[in-house]
Design a protein around this ligand. Sequence first.
Ligand SMILES: [Zn+2]
Length: 81
Amino acid sequence: MVLNVETLKKMARAIANTSNDEIGCDDCFEFIDIFVESELHGKNPAEAMHLVEEHLNHCMNCREEFEALLDAIKATSEKND
Ligand SMILES: [Zn+2]
């Protein structure tokens, strides 16, 4: 998928429309991909991403998933460079 400002804005709005401030693991997994992309491309993650960070701070499951994914992608991009 293409990551751009419009996508991030759309996500931020979708999250803002949820009834409470916290996202669940299912939502989190979807956003982790985009979060990782943002990190790797040196973009400043949009407002929405802080919800992912919040979730990662108290959900070990998603945190491990996130870190594993980040490591895997970093390893791949280092090889490619
Ligand atoms: Zn979770």
